[in-house]
Ligand binder design. Structure first.
Ligand code: PLP
Length: 637
């Protein structure tokens, strides 16, 4: 656990148990009288074949813990409640969840359900997100806010206004000045008085990776001049009372409370000015940005850590708004935040297997096939070979490496001009590998091949270099014997993970027992990627036509296993991912079936076995599967 800093990034939800497995405390430190959940047991339950009492899901697997979501939501609310109470702040906190962080049906529905007693709402940034927020909030608190952000057209704005007609507490936040004309026109046409917010472009700038949307040149929001023009226009149309919310967002992963205080303080000044102009202001919406400590370092100087706790974040916000409003004699506004990352990151774990590893055992000289080797070499290559042998006898290791490399280059030239055969080129490669391993300068870092697509499941690592804690989820009572990087299934050189938390370029790993899990019958080696519940599922793509993982939802229970799987959904099948690219798997199958009947019908039942096997391939997930899961193999064997 120490090696992987689990206590730093994992507390209070993840720890290591006495069996050396990761265990999960879905309610944080307080397990409410339940046992902790052994993650390995969950993975086995989900992935073991049905015949062994498992659910038979293919890996990789996302394990969701709704109770972690509930705990995050309650912790956020209670941090603000405490700050409000202890500072004598005269309004309440009422958050919204930005659905773009993870639009999964269960995640959004759970947040609405768990948050309904404290009026927790949703934020949408596009038309489909608005549709989903509208339908989910029908089951939430009637006071919950539905904040409509993002670029808007007539259809988006009409939908938001219809949502108000449906008694949803919808606020249309102007991201651009031009949106106001549409809001005025459509609300008149539909006979609905809209509630309007506006997003201010603050001068406060967040310098980290996620800060590019902040500052005067940021992508979103209204400048000071535009704010003044919007106020004037609303006055002209006698709609200034509709302006009730001020929003800003200075970027995700705000590193420090000093930057936070600076931004919130500036926004509070704008809020007070809007009150002075006569707007009927009620809410200050501080956007997202509440950060996650991915490496447990509590550092303010990196994009993957933050130097504050939830409580310090909430107290800073409340204090910054309170001080400005008190100075200006303005009634304290309701404080809303759009915290996404901080709410959903912890609730899911991506589990995947290492299926094989590159070897660190030097080749045996006797197996290199060096016989007749010398006869095939040109004079130049032969000279290098003799130099190498002489340097080895004299123990001149640097020279050995030099001559080995020169010999290899000469042999490659010889192979290219056709005067060296493939077996000999392989022999010289083996000889060079033997030399570098014997001298101890070969790369000690192994490559572990994992049954995963980085592009689909950890897109932020590929896209923006975001690091997540990745650790084995078992064998943590055994000292890892090697170090390795991870290489995924895609045919793409970027499909690898070679940077890890703590600034490491490799991960301490245990040696695979046999072939790993998929093609051998030996024990699988499972790794987990933690804190990836935000953005990764939403951003993941279909590179090489690998789709999303299987998903289980897990709750604590008093049964013998301490947990219950409340839902289990296999990941998209080969047919599903083909459909995403407009292929028609049913027609593809029919084409192949006719082909089987035409070419492989031997009068027996082998064509039926082949067609059944093909159907099975369309229905299975694209990832490596344990054993022969389709009956195609029965024919080919
Ligand atoms: N609100 C807005 C407008 C955003 O752009 C974002 C994300 O960048 C969020 C909320 C969520 O931010 P976070 O995930 O940092 O809480």
């Amino acid at each position: 656990a120490l090696l992987y800093r689990v206590d730093g990034w994992g507390a209070p939800y993840f720890t290591v148990n006495s069996n050396g497995n990761v265990s999960v405390r879905p309610h944080g430190v307080d397990t409410l009288g339940h046992q902790e959940i052994d993650l390995l047991k969950v993975v086995k339950k989900a992935s073991d074949p049905k015949s062994k009492g498992g659910l038979g899901l293919q890996m990789p697997l996302v394990v969701r813990f709704p109770d972690v979501l509930k705990n995050r939501l309650e912790s956020l609310q209670s941090s603000f409640d405490f700050a409000i109470q202890s500072q004598g702040y005269e309004a309440h906190y009422q958050g919204v969840y930005p659905v773009k962080c993870n639009q999964d049906k269960f995640v959004v529905e759970d947040i609405v359900k768990f948050g309904s007693s404290f009026r927790f709402g949703l934020e949408a940034g596009s038309k489909p997100e608005l549709l989903l927020a509208m339908s989910c909030l029908c089951k939430g608190s009637s006071e919950a806010l539905l904040v409509c952000n993002g670029f808007k057209d007539v259809e988006y704005i009409s939908l938001a206004i219809v949502a108000r007609k449906l008694h949803l507490n919808t606020v249309i936040v102007l991201e651009q000045e031009e949106e106001l004309d549409v809001v005025i026109k459509v609300s008149k046409e539909l006979g609905v008085r809209p509630v309007i917010g506006m997003r201010a472009k603050l001068r406060t700038k967040h310098a980290g990776h996620f800060g590019s949307t902040s500052g005067e040149k940021g992508k979103f929001g209204l400048t000071t001049t535009q704010i003044l023009r919007v106020v004037k226009k609303l006055q002209q149309y006698e709609m200034l009372d509709c302006l009730q919310l001020l929003h800003f967002h200075i970027g995700s992963q705000i590193p420090s409370t000093s930057l936070l205080a600076d931004g919130v303080g500036e926004a509070a000044q704008i809020y007070c000015e809007l009150v002075r102009f006569g707007a009927c202001m009620k809410v200050i919406d501080i956007g997202g940005g509440l950060g996650i400590d991915y490496d447990g370092s509590k550092s303010q100087d990196s994009d993957i850590s933050v130097g504050y706790s939830l409580q310090e974040y909430a107290s800073t916000v409340v204090e910054s708004v309170r001080l400005v409003c008190n100075r200006k004699g303005v009634k304290h506004p309701v404080i809303c935040s759009e915290s996404g990352r901080a709410l959903v990151s912890h609730h899911s774990i991506l589990v995947f297997e290492a299926v094989s590893a590159s070897s660190h055992v030097p080749p045996q000289m006797s197996s290199l096939g060096l016989q007749y080797f010398e006869e095939t070499l040109t004079d130049d290559a032969l000279a290098e070979y003799r130099n190498l042998s002489a340097a080895a006898v004299r123990g001149e290791y640097d020279n050995c490496l030099l001559f080995a490399e020169q010999l290899k280059q000469r042999c490659i030239e010889q192979f290219k001009d056709g005067s060296l055969e493939m077996e000999h080129l392989a022999a010289v490669d083996g000889l060079c590998e033997f030399v570098s391993k014997a001298i101890g300068v070969s790369d000690p870092i192994l490559t572990y091949h994992v049954n995963l697509s980085v592009f689909t499941s950890i897109p932020d690592f590929w896209g923006i270099g975001q690091l997540f804690p990745i650790i084995p989820i078992h064998r943590l009572d055994e000292r890892p014997a090697v170090r390795g990087t991870l290489s995924d299934l895609t045919c793409d050189s970027d499909g690898k993970i070679d940077k890890f938390i703590g600034g490491e370029s490799s991960l301490p790993l245990h040696e695979l027992e046999g072939n790993g899990g998929v093609n051998g019958d030996s024990a699988p080696y499972y790794l987990g990627m933690f804190l990836g519940g935000a953005y990764q599922e939403a951003l993941g793509g279909f590179h090489n036509l690998f789709g999303g993982p299987s998903v289980v939802r897990v709750s604590q229970s008093d049964g013998p296993h301490s947990f219950a799987v409340t839902s289990a959904v296999p990941g998209p099948s080969c047919g599903d991912v083909l459909r995403v690219m407009q292929h028609e798997p049913e027609l593809m199958f029919q084409t192949l079936k006719h082909r089987v009947e035409e070419y492989a019908d031997d009068g027996g039942n082998s064509s039926m076995v082949l067609t059944d096997g093909l159907a099975c391939c369309f229905n299975n997930m694209p990832y490596l599967a344990a054993g022969a899961s389709c009956s195609l193999t029965a024919v080919t064997a």
